[in-house]
Ligand binder design. Sequence first.
Ligand SMILES: NC(=O)c1ccc[n+]([C@@H]2O[C@H](COP(=O)([O-])OP(=O)(O)OC[C@H]3O[C@@H](n4cnc5c(N)ncnc54)[C@H](OP(=O)(O)O)[C@@H]3O)[C@@H](O)[C@H]2O)c1
Length: 328
Amino acid sequence: MIRLGILGAGAIAKTMAKTIRMMNDNGYDRIQLYGIASRSLAKAEAFAQENGVIHAYGSYQDMVNDPDIDLVYIATPHSHHYEHAMLCLEHGIPVLVEKAFTANAEQSRKLLAYAEEHHLLATEAIWTRYQPMRQMINDAVFSGIIGTPKIVVADLSKPIAHKERIQKPELAGGVLLDMGIYPINFAEMICGHPTGVVSVCTGNEAGMDLNDAYLFTFENGVIGNLYSSAEAFSASDGMIHGTLGYIIVRNVNNPSAIEIYNLDNELIRAIDAPKQLTGYEYEVMETVEALEKGWLECPSMPHAETIHVMELMDTIRKQLGVVYPFEK
Ligand SMILES: NC(=O)c1ccc[n+]([C@@H]2O[C@H](COP(=O)([O-])OP(=O)(O)OC[C@H]3O[C@@H](n4cnc5c(N)ncnc54)[C@H](OP(=O)(O)O)[C@@H]3O)[C@@H](O)[C@H]2O)c1
């Protein structure tokens, strides 16, 4: 059984704890909610009590010093993923790192090179890559039912610009790394890597992007029209427009349904997502399988793909003029 430690006792840490509890309650016993580490012992203890975690640690260092930890889930802001994941790897502990994997591509390359060199699993917790809907969407798009795909439109927008991790340059803020990464991954899971990108944004006074638009061209001739806002609210759907109709994917952040429309604008097929616990169980199961089999990466999000997405986001940030203080 894999003993999981969670590093950082924030919002997504709580969701991960709930996911593991639900997995265990549903008979999946290959992972255990073993540890929670916070910069404050009182916070870690409260988290452990509320979320059914066995051990609480008052510092990240204390948790990585525990020889019984088999895997750490990094649940801190983007700015700190590199430092915190490296701390675990240096103590011989594999990592499941929240998206965005790091703040920039250079950090990703260094972290993954270290993990590979030391034969430790490192993988990015971008949940949509691991979910069964990924294949179901591609099956629908490439079944021929909408003809040849020509345009992909996708966005993820929620009014969360007030949050520290979005506002602050020192936390690698902005909407791109936090939410823009989802429409980008959505388009890439269908079309592969883009051949070109043009991006614009509006942002806050600290220079962080809050409303972004990214235009992609793909090798297969598809155009991607992607956007993300930390100020507006939207349905956050994805759409694939083809020569014989179009597909709507409800919620690119956790796809719940696929709807297929013909040239008469009639709904001809609707496919629901398989029943899920929280939707995060798929990344956990694949990470556990990878650890059990001695893999260094997860097939759903290989290292090369994580580095590619980070390089793409570096390019986009250059176009947007978004620079984090630790990069200057
Ligand atoms: N996959 C998803 O669906 C999803 C959803 C939301 C967020 N995320 C990702 O998860 C990560 C964390 O997001 P979150 O919403 O959980 O954020 P959050 O609620 O702000 O929690 C982040 C935690 O990081 C720790 N931390 C360490 N250094 C910090 C610093 N300098 N400033 C602030 N916090 C610091 C804190 O834990 P302690 O005080 O306990 O040390 C804090 O509670 C981000 O990478 C985000 O993109 C993913």
